[in-house]
Every structure is written in C-alpha cells, then in structure tokens.
Design a protein around this ligand. Sequence first.
Ligand code: UD1
Ligand code: MG
Length: 453
Amino acid sequence: MPKLNIVILAAGKGTRMHSSKPKVLHPIAGKPILRHMLATARALQPSKIIVIYGFGGETVPETIGESDIVWVKQEQQLGTGHAMQQALPHLEDDARTLILVGDVPLLEVSSCVALFKEPAPLALLTVNMPNPAGYGRIVRVQNAVQAIVEHKDANEAQRTIKEINTGIMAADNRWLSQWLQRLDNNNAQQEYYLTDIVALAVADGQYVSAVQCNDEWQVAGVNSKQDLATLERVYQHRQAARLLAQGVTLADPARLDVRGELTVGRDVEIDIGCIFEGKVSLADNVRIGPYCVIRNASIGAGTALAAYTHIDDASLAEECRIGPFARLRPGTQLADHAHVGNFVELKNAQVDSGSKINHLSYVGDATVGKKVNIGAGTITCNYDGVNKWRTVIEDNVFIGSDTQLIAPVTVKAGATLAAGTTLTQDAPADKLTMSRGRQFTLDNWQRPEKVKK
Ligand code: UD1
Ligand code: MG
C-alpha cells in the first residue's frame, strides 16, 4: 500500500448558511463538521493531513487547533482546483492523496478505504441521485468514465445523468500534480475546477475508476441550516440504531441525542429526551429517566436516574438512586447505594456508600462518609467570599434539616446535628450538637391586627 496524504477542502464560505461562522465550524452532534472529517481522516492513518482554509481566516485553525495538521490558506476562493493547487507543495511524491470536501460530516472510513485501495491512478466516489440538479455529472462512454461536467456547464442530455460526483476522490500524487498544473478556468463559473482532472487523466490514457457509494447520507454536504438539521437527525438516528443493536431499550429512538461517545452495558434503559455529551459510560442495568443531561460521566451497574437529572463530570458507582431534578457537578463521586434526591446540588463532593442526601441541599467541596443522612435544606457554606473550604462528614452522621456547615469544619463519626444548626466548629463524635437557642413560648403574645388607614 502506498503512503497516504489527505487533503480536506474547507476554504469555502457556505453562503447559504447565512452565518458569519465558516461552514466547516458549524456543529453536528456538538462537534464542528471539520472535526468529524478529521476524525475520519485520522482513522486512515495518513502520513499527512492538509486542510485548505480561507473564508473566516484564522478562526478555522484556531478553533480546531490540532497541531499536527498542515494548514494551508487559500487567500482567494477561485475554485476546488485552485484549492488543491495550494496543497501541491505539501504532497509527497510517493504517496496517494485522498481529497475530501470539508462539508460531508457523515462520511465513513470504509468509503475512504475503498477509494484509496482502488487500483487506478484516479478514483472517484460517486452516487446515484434521483434529483442530481446542482452537482457535477459523471460522463461515461461505453461505461468508461470520461469526464465530470458541472451542472452549470452541462447540456440537456448531460443533465439527465443521475450519477454525480461526491467531490471525494483519490489520486496518485505523481499524476495528480501534473493534472493540477494543467487546469484552467474556461467554464461557466470561471473557476478552476478540480473535476477537470478527470478529462486530463483520460487524455493521458489513464483509467479513471468510479466507486459507487450506496449510502447517500455519507456523501451529503451541508450547504444550509436545513441540511445541517437534516444531517443532525440522520446522525442521531444512526447513534440510536447502534444502541438498539447493542441491546439498549430506547423509549423513542427519535428523541435521543448523543453528542460524544456513549458506551453501554447490558439491559440499559433510556427514556425520552436525554442528551449525552462527551464520554459517558452506562454499566449494566442502568436506567435513565426522561430529560436527563449527562456529560462526561461513568454510571455504575443498576444505578437509576429519575427525570431531569443533570450530571457533569461525575462518577457514580452501583445501585445509586438519583433525582428527579438533581444536579451533580464536576468532581462528584458517589459510592454504591448513595441516594441523591430532588433539588440537590453536589459539587466536588465524594459521598461514600449508603449515604442519603434526599431533599433540597447544596453539598460542595465535601467528603461524606458511609451511611450518612443529610436532612432537607442542608448547605455546606464552602465559600467565604475569597476561598473555598472543605467540609468533612464522617461515617454514620445524622444531619438535621436546615443545617449550615461553615467550612472548614468536620462532623465526627456518629454525631447528630439538630435541625437548624449553624455549625462553625467541629462536632464531636456520637453526640448531639445544636447551635440554636432553646424553644420557649410567650403566653401573652397576640397576633398583630391589620391597621385601617
Ligand atoms: C463540487 C464539485 C461537484 C460536486 C460537488 C459535490 C467542483 C468543480 N465541483 O461542486 O462536481 O458534485 O462539489 O458537493 O469541484 N472549496 C475551497 N476553495 C474553493 C472552492 C471550494 O476550499 O475555492 C471547498 C469548499 O469549502 C467545499 C468544497 O471545496 O468544501 C466544494 O466546494 P463547493 O463550492 O461546495 O463545490 P460545488 O459547487 O458544490
Ligand atoms: Mg457544494
């Protein structure tokens, strides 16, 4: 196998996006289109990846920021052939180049491999389209590819051709460099067309192969927000299909969004409206209720999240019960059988096994031991306005409702804090500590009456 160079053409403006953001930076599944293309490119293990950028200037390389890429600026967008000419000085003589357009986020590695392996100095990825308007047509004579004619340059007969150029091709560099140098712009759009290399190859007596792709979505380009939305749904549909094939139960495959890598064990159930971002792993028998948002998290076997739970950068062990309406923020770690209930916010809190924080609490920068019960409305006051401090709650502590723990502070093992305590010093082990005054009753007190004005 020859060496592989990959060139991604991404200098175009994308006029129909009606956006000041370059087209290739618009997201599919939360990730810029160009990043999807780069992930596919990398999977092919090329010796070089060259990206031609232009519209939007440095925002493209700055946003993508992958340092091993060769970024080449096309100052003026004079056509796809002109774009490829910019790559010429970077191509390796003994390599074959895979040319990708920058706006086909669903392109798969297998299609690229097929093109790369095709034993022809020039191979094109083509697709049959029921409505080919706007695309370059594959012109064949006695089945042999002769040329690509752009829609605007095509005659009536050529416009009936349904086989179109996807814009993706592979060529041996020693030929490619010659053909690119011979391009001109004598055509309807006065652009340097990359597609003209097909006729040049044929003129040189070289065989041009067309590899047909039978999946139109793989080669569908993003030209408008409508296309972006359509491809987003196709992408998500494919994620859902993959999960179903692995045995996940999805309440509705059409109401699921995976914007990253979701890995799953056996018998996982996911209700409607859930969003998974970054790296998320769900172990066996995990149940996710409706409308949960889960980012960068690992969730242990048998754990159940009730509706509207938000998790960001947290790890949950086995058999935990979370939500509804719980928020687990970065640094949260829950051991087995932890319970976190409604309107509870945890941040950088490590909660040991069997502990419960079931209602309306904020627990931040805290270490919570085993079998602790934290009553409703408990707050760790972790911030003094300048610094953050930790709260330590040891094993078997019972914290009454509406308690404030003024950090840094430690509640020793087995301690009980009475409801309403404002704890400013460590609470001793196995004792009841309270900070409020004793209860008293005023015998002669009467409710105030409304004063007439
Ligand atoms: C191109 C093909 C057409 C094919 C279609 C598939 C040519 C002449 N035509 O047409 O046969 O059916 O794609 O979608 O190649 N780009 C640059 N610099 C430029 C111009 C374009 O980098 O000066 C990039 C764009 O960012 C884009 C890609 O090249 O990623 C294709 O350009 P586009 O303008 O979309 O070409 P089409 O007219 O659609
Ligand atoms: Mg296009």
